[in-house]
Design a protein around this ligand. Structure first.
Ligand code: ADP
Ligand code: MG
Length: 482
């Protein structure tokens, strides 16, 4: 390979036919004069455009068309050389860092020697070592194209905001299961809003037998094994549900608060009493109607109860998970849109309460297609306020434009699967941690189950990974007719 051009942080390198370099590979450009090296990533492979190559190609057309009858004459024997030139490629590379005295710095301001630089492929394991990516708590994500393992550090997920995005069916849920399983192994608590009811399979192997995660997976199905005692519900949580999930206007919300407090003081806080009080309320008709309709939504959700034996397992699950780690799966598959919002409001409120009083250290929250149940103001809340409480979120979506731009800008890690749609790629490439050119060039060619990892987790060296398989049952497959 030969250095050809440098423009800003883009290098152009000539690569000869016997050097097999692909998009996503890393190169080390060693300068013998200064003892410094550049680390660059190939983001595009093109043909070298040499003057006269077009003519040369035309001339070497197969002559079975009958136009040229005579034999090719090559008295000077230059044919092998021109063929060599025809197959020479031009690598467009982005400089990622300078490597000097065994240290990395992000500077790209110096120019390596064109005549004396040695360019070679930098194997990913070596890159991981240079960038100190694998740490004390390793998570193996998968393999590179040349079959070396890619291992990241679980602590680089700690306290971070992650996004997993890509086309349908290319392995996003698989990736989040992989991350969840690794986190539970390190005794973390994971909560997932499971929209398709597919995460409980984490506890079962492909043959359907219990695996080592089985005891740590707690699936909660709202209105079935997940109910909340209205008596133990905190006022701030119930008001959150009323105002945010059920859009109760201010005046009615004040009235509701008053009723709730009165009933609690009288120790008569049951669904029945609440309904009766609202029915007999002596106030503005509109307020009574507003309260009454919300009350019926609460009752119909089947999520609230006053019978002790039916009360939620959420607290129990959390206590259990707190010791050895565990995943609490909130199965939202059968819940209606409004019920989903009630449940999510409750779960988030509950988590914040538990974190605020240090009953929990921190929680990793995974949210699939969050726009279907997360209210508008929660998005910013999750990246600011909730992060301080210790809720570290991973958003998973196949519609990247449902996540706000501000979230992308604050995302620490992005796991990007294939996208062919330009619009989708545009949205993702606005994330501050990546340059748009890299995202576009690499993501568009990713095969299914390959993922481009960006951000803190790879120390800002974008790496393409073939995500490893998991020995777990696959649920949540798309239902088909044929
Ligand atoms: N790295 C992988 N190795 C083996 N199977 C995979 C891998 N990634 C995904 N799959 C399988 O491909 C299918 C689709 O993956 P899934 O994660 O559900 O896609 P998505 O959530 O992006 O729609 C699932 O059956 C899953 O088990
Ligand atoms: Mg999925």
């Amino acid at each position: 390979m030969k250095l050809y051009k440098k423009e800003g942080n883009v290098l152009q390198i000539i690569s000869f036919p016997n050097e097999h370099i692909e998009k996503g590979d890393y190169l080390l450009i060693e300068d013998k004069y200064t003892n410094k090296s550049l680390i660059a990533q190939v983001i595009d492979v093109q043909f070298a455009s040499v003057p006269g190559i077009f003519e040369e190609l035309l001339r070497s057309f197969p002559n079975d068309g009958g136009i040229f009858q005579e034999e090719d004459i090559d008295p000077l024997e230059i044919a092998p050389h021109t063929m060599y030139i025809q197959d020479t490629s031009l690598l467009i590379c982005k400089i990622r860092a300078t490597f000097e005295n065994k240290l990395l710095n992000p500077s790209t301001s110096w120019l390596p020697s064109r005549s004396k630089s040695i360019i070679k492929k930098l194997p990913i394991p070596e890159l991981l070592k240079i960038a100190k990516i694998d740490g004390l708590l390793p998570i193996t994500l998968g393999k590179t194209k040349d079959s070396s393992l890619i291992t990241i550090d679980a602590t680089s997920l700690d306290g971070r905001l992650n996004i997993i995005t890509g086309k349908k069916g290319c392995g996003k849920s698989h990736m989040s299961k992989l991350l969840m399983a690794s986190l539970i192994d390190y005794k973390a608590i994971v909560v997932i809003f499971d929209l398709n009811g597919e995460y409980s399979s984490l506890g079962l192997s492909t043959e359907g037998k219990k695996n080592r995660y089985f005891e740590k997976i707690h699936e909660l199905i709202p209105a079935k094994n997940f109910k909340v005692s209205i008596n133990q519900l905190h006022l701030n949580i119930v008001m959150g549900i009323m105002i945010h999930a059920l859009n109760l206007p201010g005046a009615s919300a004040r009235e509701f608060r008053r009723i709730w407090k009165t009933l609690r003081k009288r120790q008569q806080l049951t669904l029945y009493e609440l309904g009766e009080t609202i029915r007999n309320l002596n106030c503005n008709q509109h307020i009574r109607d507003a309260l009454s309709s919300r009350y019926h939504t609460l009752v119909n959700s089947g999520f609230f109860t006053h019978k002790k034996q039916e009360v939620s397992f959420l607290d129990k699950c959390i206590v259990k998970s707190n010791e050895n780690g565990g995943a609490i799966i909130i199965n939202l598959k059968k819940a209606s849109s409004i019920d989903r919002q009630i449940i999510v409001e409750f779960v988030l409120g509950k988590l914040v309460d538990l974190l605020a009083c240090w009953k929990l250290k921190a929680v990793f929250l995974f949210a699939e297609e969050a726009h279907l149940y997360l209210r508008e103001t929660y998005w910013d809340d999750i990246v600011t306020r909730m992060r301080h409480f210790g809720i570290f979120t991973t958003f998973i979506t196949n519609q990247p434009d449902t996540i706000k731009e501000s979230i992308y800008r604050q995302a620490d890690n992005i796991f990007l699967f294939n996208f062919t749609n330009d619009h989708d790629l545009d949205v993702v490439s606005r994330a501050a941690r990546v340059d748009a050119q890299t995202v576009r060039a690499i993501a568009i060619d990713l095969p299914p189950q390959y993922c481009l990892t960006l951000g803190k987790i790879v120390e800002d060296f974008p790496i393409v990974t073939k995500v490893k398989a998991l020995d777990i049952q696959t649920l949540g497959k798309t239902r088909l007719f044929f």
